[in-house]
Design a protein around this ligand. Structure first.
Ligand code: HEM
Length: 455
């Protein structure tokens, strides 16, 4: 440790960091936590689920760390970034919008967008093109979330030139750059830099878009009868709630819609992309999945139903194991609101804790040979004695992912549709893809694959 610099010089960057964390997970397997100095700021890193439980089970330690402030200009203090009473009120408002009957409506959106995806993939395949599946899935997931959250077709899959689509991608990238570069942290410096100005430009595009959609939807709200068969969006449910509770403002609604778009597309796309990579590099797994999907869907070209999804049990295991190795959100941070004691060490109120899901998921105490892709780890008989906090791709406790069921449904629909039509061939190993642990764990330069048409 160097005074004023801390341990920053010892931390690797980009994909080297991900490798370093895998090694640390093994070296520190018996330690309850470790401390890292970011300059003069101590960060307490929780890398074991059994010790992270103290944070997840606390009703007070739910405040996000200061690094989330870089999301405030875009997402305001919506569900992801707020805390205290404001967060609790939003959570009560939003949780019922993920009721399973409402999710059924979104299943149609997912099926439709999955069909568009496979048609695009089929066309690229007949042209013998190499496909960057991460980019294709990102566009697809953005279409799914924009239609589900706002009822808007942004057509990301077919129109890469859309101003909104480009702004979403760019702003996510800019937030990541800022997160990892302390020189960009002070607002008065950032605003004057080229990146800061670009951030403002994207912000205007995104906010103008969501505001316009909110006002349009609000003016047609009475036409949307929630009990009818008409397709609804999360936004309609929030607007309905506003009619009952005047303290909810249009800005509050915008914060939530923007939060859904941010939190609900890169995460899902990254998970589905890593799944494609892992499936294609494990032929025996791919064969089993093809058999399962064929037995559920046969030759039928119909949309997947909820019952079909329930029958795809092996796909379920594959998705779970993928999210263990590549938890889309590899770490999350908290500012402690009360002291806590962990394995004989005290972490004090006001200090920063980082929960490293990526390392927790590689704890050899629960996952022998942790880098091995083995979906059977998630068979019921193999999970029954596992500490529930040893597997946290959707976080845990009060601040867990509100979109978890939506996300798993979408993963299944996208992967089942791809696997029904194609055999996936990977062109690179995981190491060659250089997984990068930014806000989302993603491949450094995409995931190139080729596909063979099955039907
Ligand atoms: C595979 C896909 C996904 C993964 C792995 C994932 C993971 C997570 C994680 C780890 C958190 C906690 C983050 C933190 O504490 O900083 C979170 C929060 C959240 N997620 Fe997801 N997510 C996924 C998809 C989605 C989707 C599709 C939506 C919306 C439709 C969504 C909406 C949210 C929201 C609103 C929060 C904040 C919840 C709160 O603090 O009360 N997520 N997610």
């Amino acid at each position: 440790m160097i005074p004023f610099i801390g341990n920053v010089h010892q931390l690797k960057t980009k994909y080297e960091l991900v490798k370093q964390l895998s090694q640390l997970a093994y070296q520190l397997k018996d330690e309850p936590l470790w401390r890292l100095w970011l300059g003069t700021m101590p960060i307490f890193v929780f890398h074991r689920g059994d010790y992270a439980e103290v944070l997840f089970s606390s009703s007070k330690n739910t405040q996000k760390s200061v690094q989330y402030n870089f999301l405030h200009p875009w997402l305001g203090t919506g569900l992801l970034t707020s805390h205290g009473e404001k967060w609790a009120k939003r959570r009560r408002l939003i949780t019922p919008t993920f009721h399973f009957e409402i999710l059924n409506d979104f299943l149609n959106v997912m099926n439709e967008q999955a069909n568009i995806l496979v048609e695009i993939l089929a066309k690229l395949t007949t042209q013998n093109q190499e496909i960057n599946i991460f980019e294709r899935l990102k566009a697809c997931a953005l279409d799914v979330i924009c239609e589900s959250a706002m009822g808007q077709h942004v057509n990301a899959q077919n129109d890469e030139t859309s101003e909104y689509v480009q702004a979403v991608a760019r702003i996510s990238e800019l937030v990541t750059f800022r997160f990892f570069d302390p020189l960009q942290w002070p607002d008065f410096i950032y605003r004057r830099t080229a990146k800061g100005k670009d951030f403002e430009r994207c912000l205007k595009i995104l906010h103008d878009f969501s505001k316009k959609v909110i006002f349009e939807r609000n003016s047609h709200l009475d036409d949307v009868d929630l009990m009818s068969k008409k397709r609804i969006a999360f936004l309609d449910l929030l607007l309905k709630a506003k009619r009952m509770d005047q303290s909810i403002t249009f800005d509050d609604i915008r914060e939530e819609v923007d939060t859904f778009v941010f939190e609900g597309h890169d995460t899902t796309a990254a998970a589905a992309s890593w799944a494609c990579q892992l499936i294609s590099s494990h032929p025996e797994v791919q064969k089993k999945l093809h058999e399962e999907i064929d037995s559920v869907l046969g030759q039928s070209k119909r949309h997947l139903t909820n019952d079909d999804l329930k029958e795809l049990t092996y796909l379920d295991l594959v998705i779970k194991e993928t999210l263990r190795l590549f938890p889309s959100v590899p770490y999350f941070g908290r500012t402690l609101s009360e002291d806590c004691e962990v394995g004989g060490y005290k972490v004090l109120k006001g200090e920063t804790a980082v929960i490293l899901a990526y390392m927790i998921h590689r704890d050899v105490n629960y996952y022998p040979d942790p880098e091995k892709f083995d979906p059977e780890r998630f068979l019921p008989e193999n999970t029954k004695n596992r500490n529930p906090y040893a597997y946290i791709p959707f976080s845990a406790g009060r601040r867990n992912c509100v979109g978890q069921r939506f996300a798993l449904m979408e993963e299944k629909v996208l992967l089942a549709n791809i696997l029904k039509r194609f055999e996936i061939k990977s062109l690179k190993t995981i190491d060659e893809l250089e997984p990068v642990g930014d806000l989302i764990i993603h491949p450094n330069k995409g995931i190139p694959i080729t596909l063979n048409l099955r039907c």
